[in-house]
Design a protein around this ligand. Structure first.
Ligand SMILES: [Zn+2]
Length: 842
């Protein structure tokens, strides 16, 4: 029976691929259709499932629907890095769309904890069908076109009922840049005689593949971090609508079947998300999905996999906003047709499952309208519950040494509609507010788990990402509410001087200002010791790493230098001071040998097959978007013909560098030895040690007992998963007098670890810049074994000399997901000061 059913559905789909003349395979249950509305097939000139559809055509089709139908309107909610439009098609009955503003107003009353409307059934339910966050999981965006067509053109009783009782917001492609990267790949390699062999190039994209966006970021991690325009646009849209139900359609391995929720239970013991969400709501919806998939003969699984613990997924963030977010995963055909362990899986077959699940979502939402509205209302009401005595009622934060980093942190809070108040120098976030659960998400840390295997990160306390000094308050004075951060950073305008300008290195934006100076041909020096000096604004104390511009030593006139300095200050809002005398009142004078001239970085990064594209993308994104510095992306297979003399800094991230043979490794070593800087991140730090490019070691695990305990076979994957470090936050002890630690005021620094790179502290007393603290756990899951045997004895950041140059080894990724503002500074220091770091003798 099992085989027969599957066989039948597969045969049917193959037939449809070849016939290509009709979309009945998808649409027949929704007849009759308005003939005046073009189907995707009529509009595109090919049937859905016959080839992969380019993003601009998806947008054009949606624009067409909005133009000719009174059931649809379209909105552009953002633009991608590559300037593709992010669109949302709103579909409902003509009457609902005409009254959309007042419906929105009534709908939003349910998410206002101070109001208590009871007209649960009078307002249509708000549903957001989101498709294609991963660009190379192509079935869902094709299904989006069929769903839009069906809703706009079908006059079946079923569809008319949905239109009356729901407003459906269709986002056909959350990640257009990745989508087109994959679409173009498949379309250029597909043949007229379809090739189902999984080894065919059509099914195997080259690096970096289409999953991620322009900078190779996984947008399905970015809902919380809001680093990319795709997520920022979506969040701005989201907080205007608070949909009751949100879908997130994906694809998984070709040999799998289909997945819908419930997922594995939430990993943390005290999840912020209400239990009703993943218990009651999911069990309410699941029968709709199973029934619909059974009816088309599709197989599926639930409960065994995926967890919604991390709040930055498309299938978890809406759960923290009083909605129900739903994850769907379809086995991928990737290209048009592919062999599986059973038979062949076709593109139309995968599209049909997503189409079927889209409509069962609509059915479930409409039939449970009242329940979902009450749920959302209770969700927001529960944020107003009285606090027990002596509990935390607010968080206070702020870093007066780094106003821009503080501002960026506040920007992140505001995008999640967290209320922030300014009270003197400090900022306050009360827990008593509709976004209480987001406040908890940002500030609370966890160490108790019901499960030990996480699908992704188990730590996401954003205040640690930003290294933001903060504390919990038992009572609170709020101060004035911030609506935006426009005027938050006020720097006093720098005076003109003929002697010297001083740039405070403590500010996050100073790295961008420094590169701006260097790119304008200004020579600068970095202070390797602190000093206190009279500026035109009075006596100022400057930290390690302060940047000094000696005016008379420039090739430009003092007026030209002033213009550049003023310009940098206006661009980056950085603290810059003018001084008229080099004599300090404390510490080094401005002519000291401890003010070291620093070189402009000429950077390259190795990329390509085998390299971790996320880590590489994070470096590219940081330099390109935050400090506006070009970086050459060298494919590993071009390394042998690269003239390395053009660069003084090379970055290597985790990856497989087997392509670099001993000849290439020798070339790299010679280049470092002649005075250049190699920065290695995570796995690449292992690699330089393995290849003996540096004389450092990895920590050795204690020898295992020869007697192995017998364990149940079924537990193997759970047991092995337990030792994986999915992503957690630890405290390191940083040497703030080391150039790599410049600009930090405290030796305590939170870092993010999601690997098993454990570096031995160096034998050189001055090389271990950051070591894990004696009690390092801050947030997230780590097994006791990993913590005690591997992490505690190891180092997070070491630097090693090689000839005249140095190798800077990060065990942990300082640029994780573009969101680690707190540790970016370590990387900036490596980039700008690397050439000035010499390792003293023991
Ligand atoms: Zn996916």
């Amino acid at each position: 029976m099992f085989f027969k059913k599957l066989y039948f559905s597969v045969i049917l789909t193959v037939f449809t691929v070849f016939s290509g003349s009709s979309q009945d395979y998808f649409l027949e249950s929704k007849e009759p259709f308005n003939p005046e509305i073009p189907s995707p097939e009529v509009f595109l000139g090919y049937a859905i499932g016959e080839q992969h559809t380019r993003h601009d055509l998806i947008v054009a089709y949606f624009e067409k629907l909005a133009e000719i139908s009174d059931r649809a309107t379209i909105e552009v909610y953002g633009k991608t890095h590559e300037h593709r439009k992010l669109v949302m098609l709103s579909v409902s009955s003509h009457e609902n769309l005409q009254n959309l503003n007042s419906l929105q107003e009534s709908h939003l009353k349910f998410s206002n904890p101070n109001l208590s409307p009871t007209n649960y059934n009078e307002i249509p339910i708000f549903i957001n069908l989101g498709y294609g966050v991963h660009g190379n999981e192509p079935s869902s965006s094709e299904a989006a076109m069929l769903v839009a067509y069906t809703l706009v053109a079908s006059n079946s009783t079923e569809v008319l009922n949905y239109l009356k009782n729901a407003v459906v917001f269709i986002d056909p492609a959350i990640n257009p840049d990745g989508r087109d990267r994959h679409t173009n790949w498949v379309n250029q390699l597909r043949a007229n005689s379809l090739v189902s062999d999984p080894l065919d190039a059509e099914h195997n994209e080259t690096w970096p593949r289409g999953r991620t966006n322009h900078y190779w970021f996984d947008l399905n991690r970015d809902w919380l971090l809001a680093v990319n325009p795709e997520s920022i646009g979506k969040l701005n849209w989201y907080h205007k609508w608070y949909p009751n139900v949100v879908t997130d359609f994906h694809e998984m391995g070709t040999n799998s079947t289909y997945f819908f929720e419930p997922m594995k239970p939430i990993g943390s013991e005290n999840p912020i998300m209400p239990k009703e969400n993943y218990e009651d709501l999911n069990s309410l919806f699941a029968p709709y999905f199973s029934k619909a998939l059974d009816s088309v003969g599709s197989f599926y699984f639930t409960k065994e996999a995926f967890d919604g613990t991390y709040p930055g997924y498309g299938s978890s963030y809406p759960d923290l906003q009083g909605g129900l977010a739903l994850l769907f995963e379809q086995a991928s055909s990737r290209g048009l047709i592919q062999d599986t362990e059973f038979e062949k899986i076709t593109f139309p077959f995968t599209i049909r499952n997503q189409y079927v699940s889209s409509f069962s979502t609509l059915k479930a939402a409409v039939e449970n309208k009242e329940y979902l509205r009450k749920y959302q209302q209770n969700f927001f009401k529960s944020t107003q519950l009285k606090f027990p005595k002596n509990s935390t009622v607010a968080y206070e934060f702020g870093d007066s040494f780094d106003k821009n980093r503080t501002k960026y942190f506040i920007d992140k809070l505001l995008i999640h509609k967290i209320k922030v108040f300014k009270n003197g120098d400090k900022f306050v976030v009360p827990l008593n507010q509709p976004q209480k659960r987001m406040v908890q998400t940002v500030f609370e840390t966890y160490n108790k788990y019901r499960d030990s295997v996480f699908y992704d990160a188990s730590a996401w306390s954003l205040n640690n990402f930003y290294n933001m000094p903060s504390r919990a308050l038992k009572n609170v004075t709020l101060g004035e509410e911030l609506n935006d951060t426009k005027d938050l950073v006020q720097v006093s305008k720098v005076d003109k001087t003929a002697y010297s300008y001083i740039l405070d290195w403590d500010d996050y934006n100073s790295a961008a200002a420094l590169y701006f100076f260097q790119s304008q041909g200004i020579k600068v020096a970095s202070a390797f010791k602190p000093f206190t000096i009279i500026t035109t604004e009075g006596l100022k104390k400057f930290n390690y790493g302060t940047i000094m511009i000696p005016v008379s030593k420039q090739k430009k006139s003092s007026i030209e230098v002033y213009e550049i300095v003023k310009n940098a200050q206006e661009k980056f809002d950085v603290p810059i001071y003018a001084v008229n005398s080099g004599f300090s009142s404390v510490g080094i004078d401005l002519g000291s040998n401890n003010l070291k001239a620093i070189k402009k970085p000429k950077a390259a990064i190795l990329i390509g097959e085998g390299v971790n594209s996320s880590e590489a993308g994070e470096v590219w994104h940081l330099l390109d978007t935050r400090i506006h510095m070009p970086i050459t992306k060298i494919r590993i297979n071009s390394f042998s013909r690269a003239s390395l003399e053009k660069y003084n800094t090379i970055v290597m991230v985790s990856g497989n560098y087997n392509y670099l043979d001993s000849l290439q490794i020798g070339k790299l070593k010679r280049w470092v030895s002649s005075g250049n800087t190699l920065i290695t991140i995570a796995g690449a730090s292992n690699w330089v040690i393995d290849k003996k490019i540096v004389k450092e070691n990895l920590t050795k695990s204690p020898k295992k007992d020869s007697l192995v305990e017998r364990l149940p076979y079924v537990d193997a994957s759970e047991n092995n998963g337990r030792e994986r470090l999915g992503g957690a936050i630890f405290e390191v002890d940083l040497d703030v007098t080391h150039p790599l630690g410049f600009g930090y005021r405290s030796n305590i620094l939170p870092i993010y670890k999601n690997n098993s790179v454990f570096l031995s502290p160096s034998k050189n007393a001055y090389s271990t810049v950051a070591k894990y603290a004696s009690n390092p756990h801050i947030d997230g899951y780590i097994s006791n074994k990993n913590l005690e045997e591997n992490l505690k004895p190891s180092a997070s950041l070491i630097v090693s000399s090689l000839g005249q140059g140095s190798v800077i080894m990060f065990a942990d990724n300082p640029n994780f997901r573009g969101a680690w503002y707190g540790t970016n500074r370590l990387f900036y220091n490596a980039l700008f000061l690397g050439s000035e770091i010499s390792v003293p003798r023991n």
